[in-house]
Design a protein around this ligand. Structure first.
Ligand SMILES: [Zn+2]
Length: 321
């Protein structure tokens, strides 16, 4: 199904090759002399055909698309971008994307630092080896330097007033797009209706949760009526949703502090304390990255500290003053 959100704005859920989330949202915005497209789904002829079919249903041709904007560098949002560029459509990402092209295209580069980080947190060999074995999925396609590098503020050469908001956290290149006329914010995966997006830590110095929290504050301050997310239904009470998402992370941080109340733990032990259920390889990696994001955030807020014992980080609560 394709939905018309408002005059000239289409919401096109497009199938993904996995079940959760099963769809990614593509949006089309009428800019009078062509459409602006937000995100495009995964790479592959099958997915290009699905998208083409959706376009035919609403009577829009590829040569009517004047710009494709990727909200962030994840395969479910920009995997198909290279194929769409072959149709002569320029592609835009946030300006820092050029620093992450290699990591997007080659997951051995992407996960190299994470592997070393896992070792310093006392992760078992099996976990570290699993990270080494991750291969770039075919669904990611290949992404080369974008034609347009977006900066914060109004996007140039458009008739509509669409503003780029840099909202890193879930991904270091993530943006949200604010269409001022409709008061809709297209949030990518920064704000989602049912799940809170995964906040990754990829190396020892990154504090992605701090970035994410700042990005939530940034969107919260903007007057808007609707959030059009990268997955799921439109969010009609966006400010409530932002509050819920903040609360989710606050509770998880509190849980971590409670676990550290009595004794210190290695980073890896913390993962198992925070996520006690048995997880498959991928979810275990996500759990590791998310736990580390919280520990780093708490460390930078002065609430926990880490101490190296035999090259392994042990985390403990700082004494309250
Ligand atoms: Zn996504």
């Amino acid at each position: 199904m394709t939905f018309k959100i408002k005059d000239g704005i289409y919401h096109i859920p497009l199938e993904l090759p996995w079940s959760s989330p099963g769809f990614v949202n593509v949006y089309l915005i009428d800019d009078t002399d062509g459409f602006i497209m937000i995100d495009c789904g995964v790479n592959g002829d099958h997915y290009f055909e699905l998208l083409s079919k959706k376009f035919r249903e609403i009577n829009i041709k590829f040569n009517e698309i004047k710009l494709l904007i990727g909200t962030h560098m994840h395969s479910d949002h920009i995997g198909l971008s290279e194929k769409i560029r072959e149709e002569g459509i320029p592609f835009a990402l946030y300006k820092n994307s050029i620093d992450y092209l290699d990591k997007y295209n080659d997951w051995t580069i992407r996960f190299k630092e994470l592997k070393n980080y896992a070792i310093t947190q006392g992760a078992p060999k099996s976990f570290v080896n699993n990270i080494s074995e991750i291969q770039t999925p075919i669904y990611a396609g290949k992404v080369s330097r974008p034609d347009v590098l977006l900066e914060e503020g109004r996007i140039k050469n458009l008739n509509r007033d669409i503003e780029t908001l840099f909202t890193p956290g879930h991904d270091i290149t993530e943006i949200s797009l604010h269409d001022t006329a409709s008061k809709i914010i297209f949030s990518g995966d920064h704000i989602l209706p049912k799940i809170t997006p995964f906040i990754p830590t990829e190396s020892k110095d990154s504090d992605m949760l701090a970035k994410y929290t700042e990005s939530l504050d940034k969107v919260e301050k903007i007057k808007h009526d609707i959030i059009a997310p990268g997955h799921g239904d439109l969010i009609s009470e966006p400010h409530n949703r932002i509050k819920q998402m903040k609360l989710h992370h606050k509770r998880r941080s509190e849980k971590i502090l409670t676990i550290l109340e009595e004794k210190s733990f290695t980073g890896w032990e913390m993962v198992n304390n925070v996520f006690p259920r048995k997880l498959d390889d991928m979810n275990l990696r996500l759990a590791f990255q998310e736990t580390m994001a919280h520990l780093k955030y708490l460390e930078n807020s002065g609430k926990v500290k880490q101490e190296e014992i035999h090259n392994i980080s042990h985390w403990s609560k700082t004494k309250e003053v």
